[in-house]
Design a protein around this ligand. Structure first.
Ligand code: NDP
Length: 362
């Protein structure tokens, strides 16, 4: 396993953000976005964020629920010609008003709609987790490549200033070499009937849904891919969590010798942080992954991690649009999603086999 070109990765993301400024100054048009799946995230986060963006606008909707279509048409002034359902979706290819398709569906549907979006000749932004397996990610990446369009994954924290400052502190070794990371994200999940608890739709439980944020933090702090993982699972409610994981803790070894100890859960609240322990001090965030109220801290009073709050969704959508407008590669792309799925598959494999396992490669 090779060290990921972390500097290049951060550089490309920064380029997208910088070119965002450039595109903002240019008279460039706003890109039209089609939202696929009008659930909680689309309704409460993405649509309001779209209204605040510099380079994007809500152009079309794709929904399987006619009542939602009526409500959104009225609320956002969307014409009938820009409303699709999952059967008529492919006609979006003929709609020049749509530049970007944003897939906000249950995880198992991401692959199908990303590939159909590619075939429609549109750029696609896909919610996390990118898919339910590394193979699905590979097919999605291939489809987007052959369409010659950009694929972005909704890793909103990568555009959030506290997280970006933590990446810088680690990369520039402000506290010396990074040695150890402790990270975790979990919450007490409610409604036992929801798709997040159905393996076929969700692919897995807490790990796929929120553990992925803590995994991401370890990957972007180290700038490396884990080489070996050992994981354990606990199920205190085998009925509710009959199909998916409830609580998992795992440790990861990175090529430079950094160790990470990570956990995720659907059983309780209170875990939402990371700590990066370095040779000469430490820093971290708590809370780390919520939409707002994020707090950074360091062991040196003179080094502060303090930034005004941003709308994560506005920022990431503008960065994706800016990359498209400036014709530069967007990061985090599908490869980033694939790396996460490789680590997630290793975690599940370690639990199943009861031993440490190596992580697959792209
Ligand atoms: P919801 O359950 O609230 O919405 C999903 C929507 O998908 C539904 O409302 C429905 O929309 C559509 N859908 C189509 N088929 C199905 C099906 N078989 N079962 C359920 N819904 C279906 O989920 P979220 O909005 O919370 O999550 C959607 C995606 O966004 C997930 O991949 C999730 O991981 C990700 N997410 C990311 C977050 C982040 O911070 N980046 C936060 C929350 C979620 P319709 O009625 O319009 O057809």
């Amino acid at each position: 396993m090779q060290r990921r070109p972390f500097l290049a990765t951060l550089g490309a993301t920064a380029a997208a953000l910088t070119t965002g400024t450039r595109a903002q100054e240019a008279p460039g048009r706003k890109l039209g976005w089609a939202l696929v799946g009008l659930g909680s995230l689309s309704t409460h986060q993405i649509a309001p964020a779209l209204a605040k963006t510099k380079h994007c606008r809500l152009a079309a909707i794709v929904t399987g629920t006619p009542e939602k279509a009526e409500k959104w048409k009225a609320q956002y002034g969307i014409p009938d010609s820009h409303v699709y359902n999952y059967e008529t979706f492919d006609r979006i290819a003929e709609n020049p008003d749509v530049d970007v398709i944003y897939v906000v569906l249950p995880n198992s549907m991401h692959e199908e709609f990303v590939i159909r979006g590619a075939k429609a000749g549109k750029h696609v932004f896909c919610e996390k987790p990118m898919a339910n397996s590394a193979d699905e990610c590979r097919r999605m990446i291939a489809a987007m490549k052959s369409a010659g369009k950009q694929l972005g994954v909704g890793y909103r924290c990568q555009f959030e200033p506290h997280h970006r400052e933590c990446m810088r502190l680690a990369r520039e070794k402000v506290f010396g070499d990074l040695k150890f990371i402790e990270a975790g994200f979990g919450f007490q999940i409610g409604d036992p009937a929801q798709w997040r608890l159905r393996k076929k739709l969700a692919g897995g439980g807490a790990l796929m849904d929120v553990g992925i944020y803590a995994l991401q933090a370890c990957r972007y702090l180290t700038g490396e891919e884990p080489v070996e993982i050992v994981a354990q699972e606990v199920k205190t409610d085998p009925v509710k969590f009959a199909e998916v994981d409830e609580t998992i803790s795992w440790s990861m070894k990175f090529p430079s010798g950094v160790m990470a100890s990570v956990m995720t859960t659907y059983a309780f609240n209170g875990v939402n942080s990371f700590t990066a322990v370095c040779q000469n001090g430490k820093f971290g965030m708590d809370p780390a992954y919520s939409y707002d109220g994020l707090k950074g801290w360091t062991s040196k009073p003179e080094v502060k991690i303090e930034f005004p709050a941003v709308d994560h969704f506005q920022t990431e959508m503008d960065a994706f649009a800016a990359a498209i407008l400036a014709d530069v590669a967007f990061v985090p792309s599908g490869e980033e999603g694939l790396w996460d799925l490789l680590a997630i598959e290793a975690i599940y494999r370690s639990i199943a086999e009861g031993k440490a396992v190596t992580v697959g490669n792209v």
